[in-house]
Design a protein around this ligand. Structure first.
Ligand SMILES: [Zn+2]
Ligand SMILES: [Zn+2]
Length: 256
């Protein structure tokens, strides 16, 4: 195992030198914007649209499941097990071409994608709840050492900067999580139980927890639980995108 010094160095250089007027990261067309996308590619990215459950999955509008606290209604899965977080905001769908960009950034060293993906999160989140602190979902130290960066911390710090909110990397992941692709929600939930601890007390703080991709919600659920156990008064979640489960996505290409 070797630390990816090159990746880590490039990440800090990306932070130092804001890219302006860079080519579109999808079609290569030159653009005068700072988003890293041309307007056409930005407009075509797959978005999540409502009505949505608190877990950010599409839901049939059902007033019977609406909460008295004026929170979003719950899907059948969340009615069965109420999430620890107040709600997830995830403006984009985890579909091509966005999934290719995220994987290129995280797994294939395409570090020039950092800025467009940060910009996407910051620009596409419309209204955020009132919060006191922005916290990223952490990677296990070994995975961060290998990758050279935690993509979620980079997304979270960009959002905190833009919204002028305090940022703190307070969660720790004591054990490396097993690769979860292919696991269902209950398997993931069982695997995630107790997998986060907070390094600090968070007395009565309202937390905005940031993840890059929400798959089943079990990771942000377990992280939210750890934040509440450390004294946070509430946890809201924001993520770049949401994976739709097969029963919702089906074979519809518009739903990935
Ligand atoms: Zn483009
Ligand atoms: Zn739900």
């Amino acid at each position: 195992m070797a630390v990816n010094v090159l990746n880590a160095t490039k990440v800090y250089l990306c932070l130092l030198f804001n890219q302006t007027g860079s080519p579109c990261c999808l079609c290569g067309q030159s653009t005068l914007t700072t988003s890293g996308f041309c307007q056409g590619c930005l407009d075509d990215l797959p978005r999540l649209s409502g009505p949505l459950c608190r877990c950010a999955l599409p839901i049939e509008h059902d007033t019977e499941s609406a909460d008295a606290d004026d929170l979003a209604p719950l899907c059948a899965r969340c009615l069965d097990r109420t999430p620890a977080y107040l709600g997830i905001q995830a403006p984009m769908l985890y579909c091509q071409p966005l999934s290719r960009l995220i994987n290129g950034w995280k797994h294939h060293g395409r570090l020039h994608l950092q800025h467009p993906l940060q910009h996407l999160l910051v620009s596409q989140l419309s209204t955020l709840p009132e919060v006191d602190l922005v916290v990223p979902v952490p990677l296990h130290w070994r995975r961060q050492w290998q990758r050279g960066f935690n993509q979620t911390a980079l997304l979270a710090s960009a959002l905190a900067d833009k919204r002028r909110l305090p940022f703190a990397d307070v969660l720790r992941r004591p054990s490396a999580h097993r690769h979860q692709q292919g696991s269902n929600a209950s398997q993931r939930r069982a695997a995630m139980r107790g997998s986060f601890v907070s390094k600090a007390r968070l007395n009565d703080l309202r937390i905005l927890l940031i993840d890059d991709v929400v798959t089943t919600g079990s990771t942000v659920g377990a992280a939210s639980q750890a934040l509440l156990e450390a004294g946070a008064s509430s946890v809201s979640v924001a993520a770049l995108c949401r994976v739709l489960p097969p029963e919702i996505a089906g074979d519809d290409p518009d739903h990935c």
